[in-house]
Write a protein that binds this ligand. Structure first.
Ligand code: NAD
Ligand code: ZN
Length: 364
């Protein structure tokens, strides 16, 4: 089957034929229907995040079940599924305490399936699976617990986006921050994930939603998803601008959704006394933010991370499906460009070049 393989950071993905072995017990063979262009894959491509290579990237995906391994009961051939990049083991401390997005078994087996082997290879050379999804390919073998069934007529691109940016962004607003009605919110970075934080804030009836981005096109686009104000940090100091828009206090909630020490610091400083800073972006390895601990104490700020929207994928992705079907969140409007798998390097140039919304691979 065809897949886009990353051999070395800094090099383009190679779209080529590689082999995919059949699913083992507890695994599912999926024909990919759509795969979203998320910045997390780009961090690996650029070497900003370490990963075992070579690897098939892609963690925002959906598809159709072709075949199931022994013991699989959750899905059957023909089912349409959203793929979760944090499948769960069901036995570790985090799975048992309602935080399956932090599953230990998953996090201790990076680049492989749960049994520490790969189904992907080229001849004798092992190829790793990013997030146990690896959907920049025609097909994938994934754990059963990484499959979330959806109706057979639910569109693949929208399903794929629920697989990452929608759940990550909306979840950060509703499950992690639990934004309260009327509160002030600043979202720093308005790409695929940030736009979903914005619509999550709107869903929670936030009072003011301040979109912060270096790209004017993204700021205009953010207004369609619920932003009430915009700030371009290339034109003015974002901390001062957010304070000015919040009566001098700072925002009740700030979200960092780009991935850098600098934007984490902006989010930290722009939160009011007693405010909450939620870090969603993944900064490059070693790019540590300097946080004044005295300010943390004396201003009683809360600094927290949010992984996968602090959602439990199997339980909460169907909630995202319902919110979309009820017209409470917009996913159609997020999808601004579609690509073929062999155009993937262009798709990543476009995300870095400031394209608005989300690109999605729809032809494999
Ligand atoms: P994206 O590239 O679509 O969006 C990033 C946005 O940040 C862009 O609009 C860009 O213009 C803007 N930006 C760049 N520099 C900025 C600055 N100095 N100030 C304000 N805005 C700035 O990326 P994405 O796919 O939305 O992902 C965003 C981040 O979230 C990435 O780091 C990604 O790896 C991470 N992520 C985290 C999770 C999680 O579970 N926490 C899940 C998915 C993605
Ligand atoms: Zn993602």
């Amino acid at each position: 089957m065809k897949a886009a393989v990353l051999y070395e950071p800094g090099q383009p993905l190679v779209v080529e034929d590689i082999e995919l072995d059949p699913p083992k017990a507890g695994e599912v063979h999926v024909k990919i229907g759509a795969a979203g262009i998320c910045r997390s894959d780009l961090h690996v491509m650029k070497g900003e995040a370490a990963h075992l290579l070579p690897a098939v990237l892609g963690h925002e995906g959906s598809g159709t079940v072709l075949d199931v391994g022994q013991g699989v009961t959750r899905v059957k051939p023909g089912d349409r599924v959203i793929l979760s990049f944090v499948p769960y083991c069901g036995h570790c401390h985090f799975c048992l305490t309602n935080r399956a997005n932090l599953c230990d078994q998953h996090m201790s087996t990076p680049g492989t399936l749960f049994d520490k082997t790969t189904r992907l290879h080229k001849g004798n050379r092992r190829i790793h699976h990013y997030g146990k999804v690896a959907c920049f390919a025609q097909e994938a073998v994934v754990p059963e617990t990484g499959c979330i069934p959806v109706a057979s007529d639910f569109p693949f691109p929208q399903a794929a986006l629920i697989g990452c940016c929608v759940t990550t962004g909306v979840g950060a607003a509703i499950y992690n921050a639990k934004i309260t009605p009327g509160s002030t919110v600043a979202v720093i970075g308005c790409g695929g994930v940030g736009l979903n934080v914005i619509q999550g804030a709107r869903l929670q009836n936030a009072g003011k939603i301040i979109a912060v981005d270096v790209n004017e096109g993204k700021l205009e686009f953010a207004m369609r998803f619920g932003a009430t104000h915009t700030v371009n940090p290339t034109l003015r100091d974002p901390v001062a601008a957010i304070k000015e828009l919040t009566g001098g206090l700072g925002a009740d909630y700030t979200f960092e959704v780009f991935g850098s020490s600098q934007t984490v610091q902006t989010a930290y400083l722009a939160a009011r006394k007693g405010g909450t800073i939620v870090v969603v972006g993944l900064a490059p390895t070693g790019d540590n933010a300097a946080i004044d601990p005295v300010m943390l104490v004396r201003q009683e700020k809360t600094l927290k991370g949010s992984y996968y929207g602090s959602a439990r994928p199997v339980v909460d992705m169907p909630v995202m499906v319902q919110l979309y079907q009820a017209g409470k969140i917009d996913i159609d409007g997020l999808i601004t460009r579609t690509y073929r798998l062999d155009q993937i390097n262009q798709a990543y140039k476009d995300i870095d070049g400031g394209d608005v919304g989300r690109g999605v691979i729809t032809q494999f």
